[in-house]
Design a protein. Structure first.
Length: 227
């Protein structure tokens, strides 16, 4: 019984975290547009890892992320490109920030720029990974990188990306675990995308199930690296 209670406490601590930690390199306010160099570095690092993880998921050819499934579904229905569809979805997600009383910051803007540039620059050079690693491994690894990248730039506190802002906003306003909120959002998004005609695979399911726990785990581990 003691062992069970210990395991339950361990699980609650590392996978049911409901708030973003504050470190020595966290910005004091998320609306700062000229942060100290250290804070901007971690913001950039987190977003780069996020983009790298997304890129690995793409080249794994094992299923795209839930939001890309939705973007494909919308683009099929209204006959526009996936890029424009993704932009439109991001704008809609920002509207959902209003009732949660969230405001975009430097991190929100850089999220769009850095992740897009990272993916555009490195995806063509990553297809060799398919010759070395199993697609399922790449799906898990890519999801892990996205989770840890999310944790780093969330802790930087310069404003989350549109999707992560929605996740943390709901978690904070309704006092629910981040992992549960993230899973609920990803499940809903991929289901809607599928109904609209978007495509998904095993990698999509892996991402939807594990991104929440990986983000929560990163929020516990990252502060230990430098605080």
């Amino acid at each position: 019984m003691k062992i069970f209670n210990y395991d339950l406490k361990f699980f609650s601590k590392y996978f049911l975290i409901s708030s973003v930690p504050v470190t020595s390199w966290s910005a004091p306010k998320p609306n700062i547009f000229f942060p100290k160099v250290e804070t901007f570095f971690f913001l950039f690092l987190g977003l780069f890892l996020f983009g790298l993880g997304e890129s690995i998921l793409v080249v794994s050819q094992n299923g795209v992320t839930p939001w890309t499934v939705l973007a494909e579904g919308v683009s099929n229905k209204v006959n526009i490109g996936v890029g424009l569809s993704t932009f439109m979805i991001s704008c809609i997600v920002l509207i959902f920030w209003l009732p949660l009383k969230l405001k975009p910051g430097l991190g929100t803007i850089m999220n769009i720029i850095i992740i897009a540039l990272t993916m555009g620059a490195i995806i063509p050079f990553l297809y060799f990974l398919n010759e070395i690693f199993n697609p399922i491994f790449l799906s898990f690894f890519g999801t892990l990188l996205v989770g840890f990248g999310s944790g780093i730039y969330l802790i930087a506190n310069l404003g989350p990306g549109t999707r992560d802002g929605l996740m943390t906003g709901i978690s904070k306003n309704y006092n629910k675990p981040i992992s549960l909120i993230r899973f609920s959002i990803e499940f809903t998004v991929v289901f809607l995308g599928w109904l609209l005609g978007g495509t998904f695979g095993l990698g999509t399911i892996i991402f939807a199930v594990f991104i929440g726990p990986f983000v929560s785990l990163s929020l516990n581990i990252i502060p230990l690296i430098k605080n």
